[in-house]
Each structure stands twice: as C-alpha cells, then as structure tokens.
Design a protein around this ligand. Structure first.
Ligand code: SF4
Length: 230
C-alpha cells in the first residue's frame, strides 16, 4: 500500500499497467503523433477542455495547418479563427484564450513553447493540468497529469469519497498518487493509457467493472460486490 495521508491509502497496481493498456487499447488522435510540436500539443490540450476528442480532431488539424506556430496564431484574424473553432462551442472564449496564450509565448518566450511547468503555468489560460500535459506529452517529462477523469479513476481505486467538501483534499491525494504511478520511462504512454482507461473502462456513468482488469484491487468494485452480497 502507498500511504497518501493519514488514513488514506492507494492500492498496489500491476507495474506498467497503464503503459501496457495504452499499447494494447490506446486511442489514436492526430496530436498524439510523435512529430507533433509542443505548440500543437498545447493547442490540443486547450481545445480538449470540456470537449470530446473526436470533435476536436478535425478542428485541431485545420488550426495547426492554418496557424502552424504561435506567431501565426497570435496575429490571426479573430473572425477567421472563430469560424474555424465555432463547431466546438465557446468560440469567442476559445479565440481569446488561444490568442492571449500565443501572444505571451511570442512576447516572453520568443515564439517557442517553454518546457518548464512554471513557465507554462505563467501563460494565460494554462493551468496545472495543461502545463504538465505539455511537459509530459510534448517533452517526455515523467510528470503526472490529473484531470477530472484521472481523478475519477484514482478515487474509485482508492475509495476516496468525492463529496464537494473534500474534493480539494482528494485532488491533492490524486496528484500524489498519480505522481507515484508515473514511470521514469514511458511516462507519455502511461498517462495516455490512464486517460484512455478512464474514457473506455472506468467511465463516469456505468463503469465497466465486470470486465475491468483492476477490479481485484479496486475499492469501488469491492464495495459494490459487498453491497450486492449483503
Ligand atoms: S473496477 Fe470499476 S471502478 Fe474500479 S477501476 Fe475498474 S472500472 Fe473503475
């Protein structure tokens, strides 16, 4: 057991589980291609917020083709950018966020997306998840990424209750647990695997526990079995 905080534990998982999951079941998205630039990864992560990846894919392809670097995005015609992004919803907000991020990359970082978490977090509209996602997916750094989907998986495995009152402390536990799970090598594949596992197996509604290879280690699944037996 990994002790997270007093009274809070995280189950042992098979080593390399999420790396293998990605290798066998990983989803293919254009921004996951090995040649994708850090700028392309950053734009993808910003577009993916609250939006299905399948919707983002065609928009992301057009966007990075038309605006292949931060300079081009910073100086883009906002109306043309809006028309491109509009299918994803929140068009005006997304345009403002992308262009303000791109302007700061140009002005403060010479048009080069930085590779340090603290520099990325200093960009407008880039928070802890996006900063670490770029460091991991674009630069291969062994950092955890915790979004609401990863938080759901880890919480179910560990049996953390995610009531509103303790969501903040649970999120801290999740960052700790996720950090301990990240392998020194293949961090990118590990985090992609965790995200894909959350999307395909440990779904928000009706998780597929009956076919889940982690059911034996999972508090959520064992509680459901105990509940059904009692
Ligand atoms: S057993 Fe169910 S709740 Fe636990 S990780 Fe698997 S799918 Fe998620």
């Amino acid at each position: 057991m990994i002790v997270m905080t007093p009274g809070t534990c995280f189950p042992d998982l098979p080593p390399g589980f999420f790396v293998r999951w990605f290798q066998q079941h990983g989803r293919a998205f254009p921004w996951r291609h090995p040649g994708t630039s850090p700028y392309g990864v950053l734009v993808a992560e910003m577009l993916l917020r609250q939006t299905r990846a399948s919707m983002v894919a065609p928009v992301w392809i057009k966007l990075v083709q038309q605006y292949p670097e931060p300079q081009a995005l910073a100086s883009a015609d906002p109306e043309a950018l809006y028309q491109l992004i509009r299918p994803l919803g929140f068009g005006q907000q997304r345009v403002a966020a992308l262009q303000s991020m791109a302007r700061v990359v140009v002005e403060r970082f010479g048009g080069v997306v930085p590779n340090r978490v603290e520099d990325l977090e200093s960009l407008p509209h880039v928070g802890p998840y996006t900063a670490r996602a770029v460091c991991c997916f674009a630069f291969g750094q062994p950092l955890a990424v915790v979004d609401s989907n990863v938080l759901r998986v880890l919480s179910r495995l560990a049996g953390w209750r995610l009531s509103r009152d303790i969501r903040r402390s649970s999120a801290r536990c999740a960052w700790d647990a996720a950090s301990r799970l990240v392998p020194a090598r293949a961090a990118r594949e590990h985090n992609y695997g965790l995200l894909d596992f959350a999307a395909e197996i440990c779904k928000p509604v009706k998780p597929r526990c009956a076919e889940c290879p982690l059911a034996g280690q999972c508090c959520y699944a064992s509680c459901r079995v105990r509940g059904a037996e009692s």
